[in-house]
Design a protein around this ligand. Sequence first.
Ligand SMILES: Cc1cc2nc3c(=O)[nH]c(=O)nc-3n(C[C@H](O)[C@H](O)[C@H](O)COP(=O)(O)OP(=O)(O)OC[C@H]3O[C@@H](n4cnc5c(N)ncnc54)[C@H](O)[C@@H]3O)c2cc1C
Length: 383
Amino acid sequence: MAGKKVVVLGGGIGGVVAANRLRRLLPREHQVVVIDRLPLQPFPPAFTWVMLGYSRPTQIVADLRSLRRRGIEVLIDEVVAIDLERRRLLMTQGEQEFDYLILSPGAEYGTGEIPGLAGAWTFYHLDGAAALQVELAQIKEGRIVILVPSVPYKCPAAPYEAALLIDAHYRRQGIREEVEIHIFTPEPQPLPVAGPEAGTALAQILASRDISFFPRMQVKAVDQEAKTISFADGSQASFHLLIAIPVHSAPRVIREAGLIGPSGWIEVDPATMATSWEGIYAIGDVTYIPLANGLPLPKAGVFAHGQAEVVARNLAAQLEGRSPAWTFGGQGQCFLETGFRRAALAQGDFYAHPAPRVKLRSPSPFWYWAKRGFAWWWLRHWY
Ligand SMILES: Cc1cc2nc3c(=O)[nH]c(=O)nc-3n(C[C@H](O)[C@H](O)[C@H](O)COP(=O)(O)OP(=O)(O)OC[C@H]3O[C@@H](n4cnc5c(N)ncnc54)[C@H](O)[C@@H]3O)c2cc1C
């Protein structure tokens, strides 16, 4: 087959795996291009380490441009439009045609037009985590609120992990009794997709650490001056420091290209990640995959990674005249740090029927060191 061009939009977790895997599998006559606005790519599971000063921001990023030495074309630019008809991407500087396109642009952050939410702190991006580190270091007393304003959001375990790590941080300083930690979420339980057993287990861990958990609380507005949050049920909560998970949506460029379905995300074949457009695939946070229990597949790096492998291997097979045989099976796991160098592991089969089968393995030093090792490996292996 004559040389083809595969373009990967996004060099984050899914994109970097897809580009690397394609380059390893495809003969050089085929071109692999990855486009991202950011040259330095973070490892998001380590944002909580930055938030608490355990890692510096520079220690948890890798340079996407290093992929060039492997024969991958890396373009640092913003994709501003996707022309599906003419099969090309418009960037701020030039255009890129493609034969095959892998969309891995993640999710866009916003405030969902919730008044006052823009003033909240967040650890959901690297700059936010670094800024929050300075703020948390100054706190000696008061109420810290972690607020989930909407679903879906990436890594459903992250707000709970943050609460547990903040708890451990102040316990170590001997001032935990002066600091209250509250979590408010519209969800009915922690990790709803994982089912009642995992949710109850996590709720028990939170309770054992004196972290107050308030489910079914839909924020309506935040008053940054009065330091209060108003909820849909008419109740209010006060805070000294508000940490919010951003409101997630599909990136603007994806919405404007007409790629999203009624879910607001790209709806893909759950096994192959194919979209309804020939030769265009979507992986990771930008996708929507409904599960047997009616909830969507969580937005997590472990899934972006697995989906990238499937798409890249199938594309390589196809370009070499073999039939694509790989399928994504919905298996995944996620570390959930609980502080004091321990982590739990949520692990399971998310495509299982009649509901995902997910187990929360008890916190242990083993999973903590596994996460540490994985972060180290990730930043060196893929970049
Ligand atoms: C605090 C936190 C903790 C987490 N912990 C875990 C965890 O423990 N385990 C786990 O599995 N997952 C975790 N995640 C989730 C994980 O990081 C995401 O699910 C994963 O990064 C999704 O990969 P992706 O490729 O879909 O998107 P991303 O990794 O977000 O990459 C998208 C890339 O596309 C680029 N991009 C987007 N639009 C454009 C454009 N128009 N032009 C150019 N470039 C563009 C962006 O710059 C970005 O680099 C965590 C996330 C957070 C925030």
